[in-house]
Design a protein around this ligand. Structure first.
Ligand code: DGT
Ligand code: CA
Ligand code: CA
Ligand code: ZN
Length: 581
């Protein structure tokens, strides 16, 4: 859907106006539009086509006109004009954690800084130049320097939600072309790596359609630059940000190309060695006898399955293709039976209006029922989360009473009354055991002091794991992808403690978190720990909602998880038994 692209454009317009310190009224209305566009479950393109955009809250006449212009021309003139009014490096500076439009404006106007690179150099070499700027004390500068170093390390990589939205849109465009057969995403996005450098798309079509397919692709909505447009390959930049490559491939080598361009590079190299040992050669056109002349017919190439089979291997799910032992396992027929989204029976971490969620208890129950869940846990924030409207003991008691009375109305779903209790930096919890033991499901999560050292952080989590009333540890490292690294933890020790105490470790499915991450998950499973995959939803549908579950499942697959490793694949009866463990 175009919703996300449009939301990003409106947010950028608001940022630019705010940097320019112009038109505060517009800033507010663009931000509101960005939020509505990102959160709505309605298809904006359909609403625009029907002339019904203004039925969305916060979308007035002039915003609606801009959206319609976008669908007509692929651009918003006002957006392009605004981009000409500031050095574009300022937008890059805005992506740094702790940096808002006001700070960026001050750095620009008072110190002439117009790029991240410049800012990093000044902080390193001449910080006194900045310290006289209001709000930029030495502590803040140290924080900014750390954030910049981190951002530079990850720069140019996009989260799965960002890349996925762009890829879906362009796959749709390619699919609708004359002569297009199979259209698949390849590369790191197909492997569901937590961040993606560029997007790779493959289209199966015969040569005579290729040129036109490439042309349609390079003219797609959202394309802001065409890097290459050849006979079978096109390369574009979408929304001034992300690169997308399209290759058009004939049927007989589509599987080979899909295999090759899915990667990873390390997996491909290992696979080619196996081919060589069998007197074969493998490339993006197919699997051939080692001495086959150019243009020879491949032994396999139409599908990935026939290529892996010809090499004596089980087909390997893309999430495992990182050269982490998957090829040896496939050779022995011992690949894990990876968990699937359909295995998930319920969501055990979500918020309501009682703390910082957007929907009521009953609305969340209805949303979970709609997803076909058999159980759910409502886990609002605890009292020290003041900015998230965390519950104190009295409000918690009222909230639990409300959950229990709502639960009685819905017999076909098991509604658990829970809490997301803060883990303080020494491992103690925000509520006493007397309170926790009355609850059906307790997620304990770290939210503050996320920069403490490895030994301290590990001790902190283990103390929470050992609390008999804690069922799961929420987003154990507290990282935010592309924003902050989170705590460095000794995952082996933590997993051993989790296994010994029968406390589950969360795989938080939010695409900004994916915490635990893939390699942690694998270690956790090997140590015998159980996982729980949750969305940490803050709304029923739209935005940070219950439908993010698939990101968590894919991350768990990258960690070699089976359904048996994950407690929220259990039947309600089995889960109840586990809760009493
Ligand atoms: P990214 O885009 O950085 O997130 O990661 P990928 O894995 O999508 O990498 P990309 O886009 O450079 O290339 C797509 C796939 O093409 C990659 O996963 C494997 C294959 N590939 C690219 N270059 C090479 C290479 O030099 N050797 C081999 N064996 N495969 C390659
Ligand atoms: Ca790629
Ligand atoms: Ca690529
Ligand atoms: Zn939460």
């Amino acid at each position: 859907m175009a919703n996300e692209e449009l939301a990003a454009i409106f947010a950028e317009m608001a940022d630019i106006l705010e940097i320019l310190d112009q038109d505060r009224f517009r800033v507010g209305s663009y931000r509101r539009a960005a939020r509505v566009l990102a959160d709505t479950t309605e298809d904006i393109a359909a609403l625009a086509a029907e002339g019904k955009l203004q039925k969305l809250p916060g979308i007035g006449k002039s915003t609606a006109e801009k959206i319609e212009e976008y669908f007509r021309t692929g651009k918003i003139t006002r957006h392009e004009e605004l981009r000409k009014q500031i050095p574009l490096g300022l937008l890059e500076m805005l992506t740094i954690q702790g940096m808002g439009p006001k700070t960026v404006a001050k750095l620009w106007k008072q110190a002439g800084i117009t790029s991240l690179d410049q800012l990093r150099k000044v902080i390193e070499e001449n910080p006194s130049k900045l310290e006289k700027i209001e709000g930029l004390g030495s502590k803040k500068l140290t924080q900014l320097a750390e954030s910049i170093t981190f951002a530079e390390k990850v720069s140019g990589r996009f989260r799965l939600d960002e890349a996925g939205a762009v890829a879906n849109n362009l796959c749709q465009v390619v699919k609708s072309c004359k002569g297009a057969k199979r259209v698949e995403v390849a590369g790191s996005l197909r492997r569901q790596r937590e961040t993606v450098g560029d997007i790779d798309i493959l289209c199966e079509a015969s040569e005579k359609y290729a040129q036109q397919i490439i042309k349609t692709f390079t003219e797609a909505r959202g394309v802001t630059k065409v890097l290459a447009a050849g006979g079978t390959k096109g390369s574009v930049i979408v929304n001034h940000r992300i690169q997308v490559d399209l290759r058009v491939v004939p049927s007989e080598s589509f599987g080979a190309a899909l295999q090759y361009f899915t990667g990873s590079k390390a997996h491909n190299i290992a696979l080619r060695e196996i081919a060589v040992k069998k007197g074969l050669k493998l490339n993006e056109y197919g699997l051939f006898k080692h001495d086959a002349p150019d243009g020879a017919k491949p032994l396999a190439g139409r599908t990935e399955e026939e290529i892996y089979a010809a090499l004596g291997l089980q087909w390997i799910p893309p999430e495992l293709r990182e050269d982490r032992g998957e090829i040896a396992a496939a050779a022995e027929g011992k690949l894990p039976d990876l968990i699937r989204l359909e295995d998930i029976q319920g969501d055990l971490h979500m918020h309501t209006t009682a703390s910082d969620g957007a929907n009521t208890v009953e609305e969340m129950i209805l949303a979970c029922k709609k997803l076909g869940y058999k159980y759910m846990a409502i886990t609002d924030h605890s009292k020290s989360q003041i900015q998230a409207n965390g519950l104190d003991e009295q409000r918690l008691a009222d909230h639990v009473a409300e959950i229990r009375s709502a639960a009685k109305k819905y017999k076909d779903i098991l509604v658990l009354a829970g809490i997301e209790v803060d883990i303080f930096k020494d491992g103690s919890l925000d509520f006493s055991d007397d309170i926790l033991k009355e609850l059906d499901f307790v997620v304990a999560s770290p939210h503050t002091a996320l920069t403490q050292g490895r030994a301290e952080a590990t001790k902190r989590l283990i103390k929470a794991i050992e609390n008999p009333y804690v069922h799961a540890i929420g987003h154990p490292t507290g990282r935010m992808i592309n924003q902050r690294t989170g705590m460095d933890i000794d995952i082996v020790k933590i997993a051993q403690a989790a296994a010994a105490n029968n406390t589950a470790l969360e795989v938080n499915a939010h695409p900004w978190r994916l915490d635990l991450r893939d390699v942690h998950i694998r270690t956790a499973i090997e140590a015998g720990a159980k996982l729980v995959i949750t969305t940490d939803a803050h709304s029923a549908f739209g935005g940070s909602d219950l439908t993010l579950m698939h990101y968590g499942v894919k991350t768990a697959r990258r960690g070699w998880a089976t359904a048996e490793d994950v407690i929220n694949t259990y039947s309600p009866a089995k889960l109840k038994k586990w809760l009493k463990r």
